[in-house]
Design a protein around this ligand. Sequence first.
Ligand code: B12
Length: 221
Amino acid sequence: MSQNGKIEKWLADLDIDTFGVADMSLYGEEITGIGDLTVGELPFAVSFGIVLSRGILETLSDGPTQLYLHHYRQLNYRLDMIAYFLGRSIEREGFRAVPFAASQVVDWQRQRGHINHKKVGVMAGLGWIGRNNLLVHPVFGARARYNTVLTDMPLEADTRLEEDCGSCIRCLEICPAGAIRMEPALFDHHGCYDMLSRFRKERNIGHHICGVCVKACGGKS
Ligand code: B12
């Protein structure tokens, strides 16, 4: 079996919904938390996603609920475990693997994690950055969460999808912060963040989450 075939089999056993491989020589941004390792030593990233429960998303109207909060935590935990198991399978074959966290913020000022899962997902051909500033998959839309494992296992990298949101403005019409614009690059990060901070306090959520633009973006399926 090819090395890509092994990754596919392991991830299928872990019940993921979508995955791809990125050539990290094209990443061009800082990755933190990997000590003295560099992307030269870990040249591939496996990007994988799992889809949110349609039932839970249907319960959302104008912002996060306690049930969505629980689901968010549940999927983060599952994504973290999938990264760990995939990393261990790679290590058993004699290669290196660094599994990341689904949703850990390590730099609060710049609002960054160790690695940008959306960017890696785009490079791995899983979708594009939509008007909602999220990774939009052609089938699942924004209704998926992602994680990444870096490795030196020699893999064949996927290529980017040349697609975009077209004329769809469902997220733009419904965003409670009015943060979404026609041009994805004009997404109002601070407007979004302020609304998430309000939800965090007023709805006793304790996390910066919302879910409204996730629900709105069901992809083209
Ligand atoms: C930090 C973070 C946030 C922060 C900041 C978001 C941001 N702009 O990056 C906050 C708390 C606001 C946030 C909100 C949400 N997030 Co979030 N978040 C992350 C996390 C942990 C790191 C993101 C990161 O490192 N980005 C790197 C930077 C460079 O990316 P960038 O957006 O292109 O860069 C801009 C910002 O940094 C901004 N900026 C600079 N300084 C500051 C300061 C402030 C205060 C703000 C707000 C922005 C900002 O300027 C940059 C250039 O435009 C990732 C997990 C991961 N490790 O990838 C999840 C992640 C991006 N989040 C996710 C989701 C789903 C959400 C929410 C929908 C919450 C929810 N679950 O309901 C909202 C949606 C916001 C939106 N529409 O964009 C998913 C996205 C899945 C997908 N399909 O795309 C991820 C990938 C988690 C996951 N495991 O799936 N998130």
